[in-house]
Design a protein around this ligand. Structure first.
Ligand code: ADP
Ligand code: MG
Length: 222
């Protein structure tokens, strides 16, 4: 009976997600359809093509975020050095940071041990957290990324000086499609929580409204 209950719960989550994905994709599709109709009747204008391209990118983005969960991937765990991994993510996030007038500061504790992880998945988590930190500061500011150790765990934290998260919203984090952003997907944290828990780790949040937020990722070291 317990098994049945679990399956029912799982189905409803999947159903909820499918409905959400359908809804998220319908908007860019409607817009694309409108522009294709315009192309047919009035011919193309350069701005039509750039809007269409950005709508296509949006659909691609939503699907790629969703697929991480839906598609069983070939998972290869191996020993990873945390510092080069984070530096790679920070390089990827740099243009996003510059666009938001945000600077990124890093602190690494000495002699950090390697972690056993699926590198691409863990990178995706860090990129999500870095992007969220950057996006929390519409007026710009600093994101601090630090890595330290704690009894058998590596602690990677992302601290921003942004809008903060109201206490009654903390529980909503990681719910599929929970977003407060005009062009957010609300999938980033759900995917992140899932990946880190598969690694035997945790993600915790500390936040103060209008002061900022810290997301802490703990990953076990061998
Ligand atoms: P998205 O970024 O697409 O909105 P996420 O799952 O990454 O989806 O985040 C969900 C929501 O959590 C965000 O829309 C935002 O409201 C909140 N959030 C996440 N990180 C932060 C942060 N660092 N500061 C403030 N709010 C945050
Ligand atoms: Mg996000």
């Amino acid at each position: 009976a317990e098994e049945m209950i679990r399956k029912t719960e799982l189905l409803s989550v999947v159903g909820q997600m499918a409905a959400g994905v359908a809804h998220e994709i319908r908007n860019p599709l409607t817009s694309l359809k409108g522009f294709v109709q315009l192309l047919k009747t009035q011919g193309g204008k350069p701005e039509y093509f750039s809007i269409m391209l950005s709508e296509l990118n949006r659909i691609e983005f939503i699907i790629s975020e969703f697929l991480v969960l839906a598609k069983p991937q070939v998972v290869v765990h191996r020993q990873c050095e945390i510092k080069p991994l984070l530096e790679h993510i920070i390089t990827l996030g740099k243009t996003h940071a510059i666009m938001h007038n945000v600077q990124i500061v890093t602190h690494y504790a000495p002699d950090l041990p390697a972690i056993n992880c699926e590198e691409n998945q863990v990178k995706q988590v860090f990129l999500n957290l870095l992007k969220n930190a950057i996006e929390s500061m519409p007026g710009g500011g600093t994101v601090t990324v630090s890595v330290g150790r704690e009894e058998g765990m590596l602690v990677i934290s992302f601290t921003d000086e942004g809008c903060g998260i109201p206490e009654d919203r903390i529980a909503k984090l990681g719910e599929p499609f929970y977003t407060t952003k005009a062009s957010g997907t609300g999938l980033g944290l759900m995917v992140s929580f899932k990946i880190i828990s598969h690694h035997g780790g945790t993600i915790t949040v500390k936040s103060k409204l209008d002061e900022g937020t810290t997301f802490e990722v703990r990953l076990p070291v061998e």
